[in-house]
Design a protein around this ligand. Structure first.
Ligand SMILES: Cc1cc2nc3c(=O)[nH]c(=O)nc-3n(C[C@H](O)[C@H](O)[C@H](O)COP(=O)(O)O)c2cc1C
Length: 158
């Protein structure tokens, strides 16, 4: 069983944050909700998709405004985010860009509306140095009854 787990998530509209809160309860870990500068994303979903596409095309990932704990004090980092355009949301990519040098286990958790696309494969390709474990994805509708599934996932991972 991993002793020290950090749970980070970016959530544009609150669903992944709920999943992160459940995982915090299941794992007993330290949880951090990632935030970006106010105004980085519009309030409209389609406009946000356009902004994210531009960020991906330019490589200019949004800055995170959180103070993050020292990753070296954790064995495992669970990284959560929404599926955007079948792939990893840009604030999550920004967090993953800070991971080089982390040698523990990283696992993705994510929420989507039913079409996760290439999320897990893309996530793994963005984490070159750490061991990447199989992730777990849920829809908002699955969340209220997901604690058992999250516990099983964590038990196999830890
Ligand atoms: C910009 C954007 C792109 C999205 N792209 C997808 C997608 O490709 N597939 C999918 O199933 N859901 C997609 N969604 C829906 C979200 O993944 C889903 O609502 C998720 O649970 C939202 O999590 P959040 O509340 O933590 O932001 C998208 C939502 C947004 C805002």
């Amino acid at each position: 069983m991993a002793t020290n787990v950090l749970i980070v998530d970016y959530s544009w509209s609150g669903t992944t944050a709920k999943m992160a809160a459940l995982l915090q309860r299941v794992t007993g870990g330290t949880a951090v909700d990632l935030t970006v500068t106010a105004g980085t994303f519009p309030s409209d979903m389609f406009a946000t998709a356009d902004t994210a596409s531009q960020q991906l095309a330019s490589g200019q990932l949004p800055a995170l405004t959180n103070a993050l704990p020292d990753l070296r004090s954790f064995d495992t980092v669970l990284v959560g985010g929404p599926v955007w355009g079948g792939t990893v949301a840009t604030p999550v990519r920004r967090f993953l860009a800070q991971l080089p040098g982390f040698s523990g286990t990283v696992a993705p958790f994510y929420t989507d509306a039913g079409t996760p696309g290439n999320y897990e494969a893309d996530f793994a390709s963005l984490v070159p140095t750490a061991k990447v474990a199989a992730g777990i994805g849920l829809t908002a509708g699955e969340l209220p009854t997901a604690e058992a599934a999250l516990t099983t996932w964590w038990t196999h991972l830890a």
